[in-house]
Design a binder for this molecule. Structure first.
Ligand code: MYA
Length: 206
């Protein structure tokens, strides 16, 4: 009997861990013709997002920039509110930074996708005050599954690798949010006067 599966019953398919590498018949990701140009900041997809929103006082305020192909770079400054051990970033916060960076790749394909599986490797501790430089790109697309990978470096694009992650995001329709999110936030987001942000949330066309 294993600790991860104490009853040793076979898991139903939906609960089985899915591979993080694209399958052999995966296709290359396609950059949308109207995606932001390389070097253009992506901005926040939602003001209240803990990862990128400007309206979350203790959020990460991560800012992502479009790269070549289907890739992004991002920066996140570790603040005292992000500590786990004294003076060091919490691992869950670092995973959030990776998740947010990977999540922003969808906008380059004009696809809405949510994290299905995300695996983080923590290679170096990250002190408070660090500017974590992140890079993420899509490695393959298979149906609704988007495979991607990200790395976080200390101080700049050539800094020491502190964290890395592989992920599978699953493409969803906007109903995923409308049907599952709390009404008051959904209604406020739909009334967002920022047209780009609203388009990114609700009017994304494949
Ligand atoms: C307000 C709106 C704002 C929006 C702005 C943009 C948002 C950006 C937010 C960014 C914030 C940062 C990002 C965040 O933090 S996003 C927040 C964290 N993530 C979530 O909350 C997702 C919760 N999970 C679900 O809702 C469902 O389970 C989903 C939608 C994921 C799938 O349920 P659904 O019933 O739809 O799918 P299906 O069962 O028919 O499967 C379809 C295919 O997918 C494969 N599969 C399924 N699950 C997994 C898995 N876990 N790993 C790997 N693969 C998986 C499955 O094998 C199948 O493959 P195949 O058999 O076809 O080969």
């Amino acid at each position: 009997m294993s600790a991860a599966n104490p009853t040793n019953q076979p898991r139903p398919p939906a609960q089985r861990k899915q591979p993080l590498e694209p399958p052999e018949d995966a296709v290359a990701p396609v950059r949308h013709p109207e995606a932001p140009a390389p070097g253009e900041p992506l901005g926040a997809h939602y003001g209240q997002c803990f990862g990128c929103g400007g309206e979350q006082p203790h959020g990460l305020h991560l800012s992502a920039t479009a790269g070549e192909g289907v890739s992004v770079t991002a920066e996140f400054t570790v603040k005292p509110a992000h500590q786990g051990a004294p003076g060091l970033a919490h691992g869950g916060v670092l995973t959030t930074a990776l998740d947010e960076t990977l999540g922003s790749l969808g906008w380059l394909m004009h696809v809405i996708a949510v994290t299905g599986r995300l695996e983080t490797d923590f290679l170096r501790p990250v002190p408070v005050g660090t500017v974590l430089h992140l890079e993420a790109h899509v490695t393959g697309v298979h149906g609704r599954k988007i495979y991607s990978t990200a790395v976080g470096r200390i101080g700049g694009p050539d800094g020491e690798v502190a964290v890395r992650a592989d992920a599978v995001f699953i493409e969803v329709k906007v109903e995923h949010f409308i049907d599952n999110g709390r009404d008051e936030e959904i209604e406020a987001a739909m009334a967002d006067p920022d047209q780009v942000r609203r388009a990114r949330a609700f009017e994304v066309n494949p």
